[in-house]
Design a protein around this ligand. Structure first.
Ligand SMILES: Nc1ncnc2c1ncn2[C@@H]1O[C@H](COP(=O)(O)OP(=O)(O)OP(=O)(O)O)[C@@H](O)[C@H]1O
Ligand SMILES: [Mg+2]
Length: 642
């Protein structure tokens, strides 16, 4: 008789649908109880949530109407039973006319059919709205994160970013679908059921409400406790995931093999996995105990109704039908009431997810097109550093506080990496930049394509401040081969086409021949279809560099930046790389960060950078004659001599 609403979900093991307690150990919603505690819904947030929900207002309306109709239908079966008991059966006994009984039974069947249909409609609506919102939020976040500056990515762990796109987005949509749905549904079911019960027999109804505190008080406590456990579980999960993502990539795995101890690794991982297990068991048990208790109290409530109601039947105050109907209805008020006790916390939790999403969407984009930015058309490639001073941006300007897992003490740069530096690269000229490790060579190069913006001074291309140019045209004009070129986990062909999606096979082969990498690729088992990247075929450092040069040749930029790898290459590779560099540089303005004498010698001019300043500038012979820092470096063998 006593059947907590939705008990079939429990039987089916679908614990998650036991909203609003949502006690499943796997749900992804970040439950930041601290953030929720005492939190107020900022009017602002709800308004913005609405801007995301707005496109779905039609579906949401259908959803709410379906909920309302389902709630109304819920009181049909008890009323049908009442009528059968009080009217149809006595009539049939008196007159022998059994027709009305069949009719009433048919009504109950019809109600069940419509209810089934409404459930499907509800699910369809909530799935459409929920999945739609997830997709919209993800799209917005992805677009946003891509526009954030490099400084953001140097500070934020990848896991924190992906978790915003996964967990928080999912958490946010539950605010609109399940939380909103269950709150509305609970309110309506409660109102309609209570009204019906009061109309049937108000004294018994009030009696049924007396046991309420038995629900509400534990429900509140269990709800909060479950939130704590979920949060604990998410923290442990995150720790476990971080360990996996850090160790299960080639570099991490190699580091563990060379330096780590497998036992130590297994032990820390095991501890984290165990913590997730323990929290999961706690959550499952607490959820089940609570649910069983709920059933028990409902059973007691029903028994009380029967016990006292039966007295009223005997004394002729109510009919047996009314009693049965009341007993059926009473089971429908406890669950919504319990649900509503936690509605506020649930809503706040979902809002926290929304706020975390908005936090990312609201991050300023320091490096973006200025209003009125213009395209850099047919650049001749004159690059000018004009009195440039640069300091890496502090955390407060370049990251989202809540996404940095730990703030790195002393990480805020307090010194100028480049100071009052001026340098001009004439069109078509190759300038080699040499200097000690950490002198600021890579930093200087990164200012040209605006990976960072200067602190003071200016970087100009063809006389235009790079900050006045559109980023798209600027990055078309500037090509970079970095110290450690990155390849996506895709085929070699696709990696090359990343620079020019329309490149023909012939153009690709031509670029690879010029970069002296074609023969190597052609000898691979799958040729240009060979999948490379961290988890694919592993190219050597020199091969990767040449592939990156081929990628650059396809892009065909006017200005080229080459950050030579510091590692020494074998003679064969060395010669190949040198040849490919010469092809790449011809006819372009080039800034080459050089570690090898061969590269330095083939440059038009050499700039020596020391502590963020250009201290010497001239040809190889001039600088040797000058007998300054460059000559000293040469003597000390700091430039690899080939
Ligand atoms: N993202 C960053 N945040 C703060 N400081 C940085 C950052 N990147 C580099 N630095 C610092 O700026 C200085 C210059 O670094 P840079 O990478 O430009 O050196 P480099 O001349 O290219 O050295 P190498 O020859 O070893 O590549 C270094 O002291 C480095 O620690
Ligand atoms: Mg460098």
């Amino acid at each position: 008789m006593v059947r907590p609403r939705r008990s079939r979900d429990v039987a089916a093991g679908n614990v998650r649908s036991l909203h609003p307690m949502r006690m499943g150990p796997h749900h992804m919603m970040p439950r930041d109880a601290d953030a929720v505690k005492g939190a107020r819904l900022a009017g602002d947030t709800s308004r913005r949530v609405w801007t995301f929900a707005r496109p779905y207002r039609g579906t949401i309306t259908v959803f709410l109407v379906a909920i309302l109709l389902a709630a109304l239908l819920g009181i049909v079966p008890p009323l049908v039973v009442r009528r059968i008991l009080d009217v149809a059966i006595p009539n049939a006994i008196d007159s022998g006319n059994r027709g009305p009984i069949w009719w009433l039974a048919a009504i109950a069947v019809a109600a069940a059919l419509v209810d089934a249909f409404l459930q499907i409609v509800q699910r369809w609506c909530s799935a459409r709205v929920g999945e739609g919102l997830i997709a919209d939020l993800r799209r917005a976040l992805y677009a946003k994160v891509q526009r954030l500056p490099v400084a953001f990515f140097t500070r934020t762990p990848t896991g924190a970013i992906t978790s915003r796109l996964n967990n928080d987005v999912v958490g946010a949509q539950t605010a609109v679908t399940s939380t909103l749905g269950s709150v509305v549904s609970n309110v309506i079911v409660l109102a309609i059921t209570l009204a019906t019960m009061l109309a049937l027999e108000w004294r018994l109804t009030l009696l049924a409400l007396v046991v309420l505190p038995l629900f509400v008080v534990p429900a509140r406590r269990v709800g909060r406790r479950l939130q704590d456990i979920s949060r604990e579980q998410m923290t442990h999960n995150a720790a476990m995931n971080t360990q996996m993502t850090e160790r299960f990539n080639v570099s991490g795995a190699v580091l563990v093999k060379l330096f780590g101890s497998l036992d130590r690794e297994n032990e820390t991982f095991g501890k984290r996995a165990d913590a997730v297990r323990d929290a999961g068991i706690k959550a499952a048990m607490l959820g089940r105990v609570f649910f069983v208790a709920l059933g028990l109290v409902a059973a007691v409530g029903t028994a009380v109704i029967y016990g006292i109601g039966a007295q009223l039947v005997v004394s002729g105050d109510i009919t047996p039908g009314t009693l049965v109907a009341l007993a059926a209805l009473v089971t429908r008020i406890y669950q919504p009431l319990t649900g509503l006790t936690n509605a506020r916390v649930d809503l706040m939790t979902s809002m926290v997810s929304f706020e975390r999403v908005f936090e990312v969407l609201d991050t300023p984009e320091p490096i973006t097109d200025r209003p009125g930015a213009f395209d850099l058309l047919d650049p001749t490639g004159r690059v000018e550093f004009d009195n440039v001073t640069f300091r890496y941006p502090p955390a407060s300007e370049s990251s989202i506080g809540s996404m940095e897992t730990q703030s790195i003490p002393g990480a805020d740069p307090d010194r100028d990496v480049l100071a009052e530096l001026s340098l001009v690269l004439e069109p078509g000229e190759t300038v080699a930049l040499v200097g000690a490790s950490g002198a600021g060579k890579s930093t200087l190069a990164s200012l040209i394509p605006r990976l960072y913006d200067v602190t003071t001074g200016a970087v100009r291309i063809d006389g235009a401040d790079v900050r006045d140019l559109t980023l798209a045209s600027l990055r078309r004009a500037v090509g970079v081969v970095s110290q450690d070129p990155h390849l996506f986990h895709e085929s070699i062909g696709d990696n090359l086409r990343y620079a020019d999606p329309d490149a023909t096979d012939e153009q690709i082969v031509e670029a690879c021949r010029a970069a002296r990498i074609h023969d190597t690729i052609a000898a691979l088992p799958d040729g240009y279809a060979t999948v490379v990247g961290e988890r694919g075929y592993r190219l050597s450092g020199g091969e990767k560099q040449r592939l990156a040069i081929a990628r650059l040749l396809l892009k065909n930029p006017a200005i080229m930046i080459l950050d030579e790898a510091t590692s020494h290459l074998d003679n064969d590779n060395e010669a190949h790389v040198q040849a490919s560099i010469e092809v790449a540089l011809s006819g372009r303005t080039a800034l080459v960060i050089a570690h090898r004498l061969s590269t330095v010698r083939s440059a038009d001019r050499i700039a020596v950078i020391h502590h963020g300043r250009i201290v010497e500038l001239g040809t190889h012979d001039e600088l040797v004659k000058r007998d300054g820092l460059y000559a000293a470096q040469l003597r000390a063998g700091e430039l690899a001599i080939d």
